[in-house]
Design a protein around this ligand. Structure first.
Ligand code: 26M
Length: 817
């Protein structure tokens, strides 16, 4: 049978080679002799896509089955990462494709390197959506991911003179072989204008929306392969275009420029991803984007309902929608509009259907991140939807007044409309009131959600609150991006762990004390670090030592994530080195990566600070390479391939209560990094799983953070009472890292000393002490390796397969494999 398997593999290799050559000729019009590496990438991508499409067609067919509930995952972001490597893994053809490509005289890694990733997301929230699509397909859940086909994704980051510089992400410039445009799948979306009431032929009061403009959304489908199961799911992204009729109207009047203007306006809607991952600027175009993709998606859902031969009443059994944060929450009002205005359903029944259909995931507690739209703006862009929201609100507030007579303060707190100051629409309230399930993304986050941000709603309906702790896909984050570790694990426990992480990875525990296994484990990490060291040398030009401790913090730059706490510790170490107090300092390489929102001045200053500290330390002969500091530019999914697998230490040091979950923390730990982290988000659950003795925990609890602040926190007092901290801050202020310039980091120092909103100073001492424990632990390499093995063995819970099963069982009530 072994030869049979071998023959099969040889046949497959031949088949793939033929397919690549065919696509090279017929789709790219090239012969192998003149084909560029990019041509080979395109041809290989088409060959992989072809294999997925067979499954895609049969799966789409299966979705016509009326009795299967389809999950619609509504998200303004899908941060998919490069497709090709992942497709080969999930199709189970990575070895054969490597051979096929080699036989054509090309190296597969060079081909993979050609792919420009679709960066259609900012960070955690967008990447979570991508991991969930992988798990949905792997668990054979009928699902569609609905979003926006941004022409420009998250900006490319460059570093010039230490500062972040942004460049447009032209990801479509060389074509996108993964999408299939469906011009016949298009819907019209109204914007602006006003409403008019009228009486219909049955004498009923009705409302008509007369829009100022109309745009068309076109479906672009990307197949999403399940892991070796013959299933292909769908990512359906909408691109905006002009409605032809508007062009004709302008042409009739002989207004050529007017017609073109219409086209430009329409195409603007899906032009660019907003690069903010926290603070909301309340921009008209952003609201239009949200409404645009939600309206297209819901109209598509009604279309599918019709194709399946089902009635409107059967909507909730036919489809369920998950709202990925409030960005798509206008869907609640749009669903009501479609039911009432377009399908003549009465209010009560429409509301019943809507509530049964939607569920809402909250991803943040930060007040500046809770979406609010100014009332005048909302009325101007979506007049009919605002009327519907008013009606939802007034009916809802009636039930509140009924349940809590005389409690007008509660009514004000719970209202969808914030009446204080400039009136606004609170999207989290709309999402909560219109959903049958609300969830947070880690145990702590859900607890705080119930306690603070949505407390009144929790009191009203405690049973509709759930926790679903986030997870990440082991296919991409271990098997694809850490092949050495994958083969070591698979040699010892077989390969079932790839789609049964929760039950099977734990089999590694038996090898934790095995010296041969420990050596092999250590060698894998060492080789991964060497790879990263070469990449850093090539990209940044800094030479780093693979035998030093690789201490990595990669994530969006934000004050609540406290990259500057890390920097203060580095400044402190430098100070010790300059004072010849080097005892206890373990050789370390500090690696940072992450983008700052273009308008977030403090985040950009933190990037400059990291680079300045790095320049000073890396070039100081007194340091003699004992510590190094590197800023890895343009952190994204593609670069993540080289970073997570090379980490010894994962920095998860947000102010307790601020990081809803974190998912990078999971990617690091399941690739053998130990974590230095606060009592925040999923860190707590990771620590519970891997064991306190295998985790470096420090700092305040969420409750202590709140307490410290309410007691009148004075950061200046801490600065004055901690000599190490004082010296670290003074160095930054006095220009040690800025060629004597005392002005550049002044805003940074001022904020810390006078406000320090995220308690950096308060946690500094605990952090420094914890970092010393890390350094001491790293000197015992055998013990460290054992802790690393146990971390990986016990991370099974954090597979996105487990998260998606939780959603299926508790929220969507759908079956899964
Ligand atoms: C809002 C308004 C305008 C423009 C952009 C936004 C916006 C975009 C993305 C706001 C927030 C966005 O994402 C927030 C996010 O990524 N949250 C993270 O979600 C992860 C997945 O649940 C969690 O692991 C992180 O803790 C949480 O910060």
């Amino acid at each position: 049978s072994n030869t049979l398997v071998q023959n099969e593999s040889i046949n497959k290799t031949e088949e793939i080679k033929d397919s690549i050559l065919e696509h090279l000729c017929f789709n790219l019009g090239k012969s192998p002799r003149i084909a560029t590496l990019h041509d080979w990438y395109m041809a290989t991508a088409y060959a992989a896509r072809e294999r997925m499409m067979r499954n895609f067609v049969s799966y789409t067919e299966k979705m016509q089955n009326k009795t299967l509930k389809i999950v619609g995952y509504l998200s303004a972001e899908f941060l998919m990462g490069p497709h090709l490597g992942n497709a080969l893994i999930n199709l189970g053809i990575e070895n054969e494709t490597k051979k096929a490509i080699e036989q054509l005289g090309i190296n597969l890694n060079d081909v993979l390197e050609q792919e420009e990733e679709p960066g259609l997301g900012n960070g955690g929230l967008g990447r979570l959506a991508a991991c969930y699509l992988d798990s949905l397909a792997t668990l054979q859940v009928p699902a569609v991911g609905y979003g926006i086909r941004y022409e420009f994704g998250i900006f490319d980051q460059y570093i010039r003179d230490g500062w972040q510089v942004e460049a447009t992400d032209k990801w479509l410039r060389n074509g996108n072989p993964w999408e299939i445009v469906k011009p016949e799948l298009n819907y019209t979306v109204k914007l602006g204008g006003h409403t008019e009431s009228y009486t219909d032929d049955k004498g009923k009061y009705r409302v008509k929306w007369i829009p100022a403009s109309e745009i068309k959304g076109i479906a672009y489908d990307t197949p999403v392969p399940g892991y070796k199961n013959g299933v292909t799911g769908i990512l359906r992204l909408w691109k905006s275009e002009a409605v032809e009729s508007f062009d004709f109207h302008a042409f009739d009047k002989g207004d050529y420029y007017g017609a073109v203007h219409e086209k430009v306006f329409s195409e603007n809607i899906s032009k660019v991803l907003y690069p903010n991952d926290v603070s909301d600027e309340g921009k008209r175009l952003r609201l239009s984007q949200q409404y645009f993709f939600v309206s297209c998606s819901l109209q598509n859902a009604f279309h599918i309902l019709h194709l399946r031969g089902l009635s409107i009443d059967e909507f909730p059994e036919s489809m369920t929608f998950q709202l990925n944060d409030t960005h798509p929450s206008i869907a609640i009002a749009e669903m009501m509009r479609l039911l009432i205005d377009e399908h003549q359903v009465g209010w009560e029944k429409a509301w019943d259907i809507t509530k049964k259909t939607f569920a809402y995931t909250n991803h943040t507690l930060l007040p500046e991140a809770l979406e609010k739209w100014s009332l005048p703006l909302f009325a101007n862009v979506l007049p009919r939807l605002l009327e519907i929201i008013y009606e939802i609100n007034s009916r809802f507030l009636l039930t509140i007044r009924d349940k809590y007579p005389g409690d007008e303060d509660r009514v004000r707190r719970m209202s969808i409309i914030d009446e204080r100051g400039n009136k606004s629409v609170r999207m989290a309230h709309l999402a909560t009131i219109g959903s049958h399930a609300i969830n947070g993304v880690s145990a702590l986050h859900t607890k705080l959600l119930k306690q603070d941000v949505l407390h009144d709603f929790y009191e009203l309906e405690p049973d509709i609150f759930f926790n679903v702790t986030n997870g990440v896909t082991p296919r991409r984050w271990i098997k694809l991006y850490n092949p050495r570790l994958t083969s070591l694990i698979t040699t010892h426990i077989g390969e079932s762990w790839v789609n049964h992480l929760e039950t099977d990875l734990v089999k590694l525990e038996q090898y934790a004390d095995d010296p041969t296994f420990q050596q092999a484990w250590h060698d894998v990490k060492r080789q991964n670090k060497t790879d990263l060291a070469h990449l850093i040398q090539a990209i940044v030009g800094t030479k780093v030592n693979p035998d030093s401790l690789f201490d990595i913090q990669v994530k969006r730059i934000h004050e609540y994530k406290r990259q500057h706490l890390n920097v203060l510790y580095i400044a402190h170490l430098y100070n010790r080195i300059k004072q010849k107090r080097t005892d206890g300092i373990t050789p370390r390489t500090f690696i940072f990566g992450g983008k700052a929102a273009p308008g977030y001045v403090m985040a950009k200053l933190i990037i400059k600070l990291i680079n300045s500290v790095g320049e000073t330390i890396n070039n100081d002969p007194d340091v003699n390479g004992l510590i190094k500091v590197v800023f890895f530019p343009d952190f994204n999914v593609k670069n993540g391939a080289h970073i997570y697998k090379a980490a010894d230490l994962s920095e998860q040091i947000s102010t307790a209560g601020k990081e809803a979950s974190g998912t990078g923390n999971m990617k690091f730990a399941m690739n053998g990094a130990l974590t230095i982290g606060t009592f925040d988000g999923a860190n707590i659950e990771i620590m519970e799983c891997v064991g306190e003795e295998n985790f470096f925990l420090f700092g305040l609890h969420a409750a202590e953070v709140a307490e410290t602040k309410s007691n009148g926190y004075r950061p200046y007092d801490i600065y004055n009472s901690d000599e190490d901290l004082k010296q670290a801050i003074d160095m930054i202020q006095s220009g040690v890292f800025s060629h004597g310039d005392t002005g550049v980091f002044q805003p940074f120092v001022d904020t810390l000393l006078n406000y320090d909103p995220f308690l950096v100073l308060k946690d500094f001492r605990a952090y420094a002490e914890c970092q010393q424990r890390v350094s001491d632990a790293y000197t015992n390499q055998k013990e460290w390796t054992k802790m690393s093995i146990l971390n990986v063995a016990r991370m099974g819970k954090f597979s996105s397969d487990r998260s998606v099963k939780d959603y299926c069982e508790n929220i969507w009530k759908v079956n899964h494999a």
